[in-house]
Design a protein around this ligand. Sequence first.
Ligand SMILES: Nc1ncnc2c1ncn2[C@@H]1O[C@H](COP(=O)(O)OP(=O)(O)OP(=O)(O)O)[C@@H](O)[C@H]1O
Length: 239
Amino acid sequence: MIDIDNVIAGYTPEVDILKGMTLHANKAEIVTLLGPNGCGKSTLLKTIAGFLLPRSGRVMLEGADVSRQPVHHKIRHGGVGFVPQTENVFSALSIRENLQVGGHYMIRRDTQARIDELCALYPVLRKKLDTPAASMSGGERQILALARALMPRPRLLLLDEPSAGLSPKVLLEVFEAIREVRAKEGITILMVEQNAMEALRISDRAYVLSMGTVALTGQAAELMADPQVRELYLGGRAT
Ligand SMILES: Nc1ncnc2c1ncn2[C@@H]1O[C@H](COP(=O)(O)OP(=O)(O)OP(=O)(O)O)[C@@H](O)[C@H]1O
């Protein structure tokens, strides 16, 4: 579905942040990207989304080379959705208005029908549809950010630390929301996470990144079961 082939990218001409990154995700898989601070996880998502263009290597989406496509084109025409780590909802706008902003990128202009679908998937949104997003809890805001990115019916969803700043209980609710949309709509999800063990529980596979390359990859269940991997990469012992 998505194939990253030996991608080199960075923010300035002198420094490569991604140093030959190769990975893939199949249709309807949840794939998590793990790794220490600064290893390039967010940079990889930004490069797939088209905020950054690779210096070399290829980003292939459903068999097409989209390496040079800018972000607005990927969101409107390429079937890509992106939820950044911060500032991912408009606090002053209502929940409905936030969803309508996401609807701006729809090709089929059935905005209201899509809002209804997403409210059925995430009832927490329906209850507060006309209240400002500022009144939502952290977990609800994250679900709104997810729903807004889902408005144009993406086939690939990129999530940058969806659990950032959430309590352990709320984090599980957000991960459940991610699992539900994969089950309901069969979309592919590529997710950067710091909460490694919790993220792996809803993932099919994972990549551990280190200094701009892939250090380790495997099935989520196998990685969780490996004591050495847990010790080195997943923040210690499993519960
Ligand atoms: N806009 C930018 N301009 C220049 N350098 C940047 C920019 N954004 C990130 N970097 C640098 O790129 C490197 C990788 O950053 P990135 O945000 O991809 O890491 P990460 O693995 O997502 O880290 P974290 O887990 O802390 O979010 C870091 O050295 C960072 O300082």
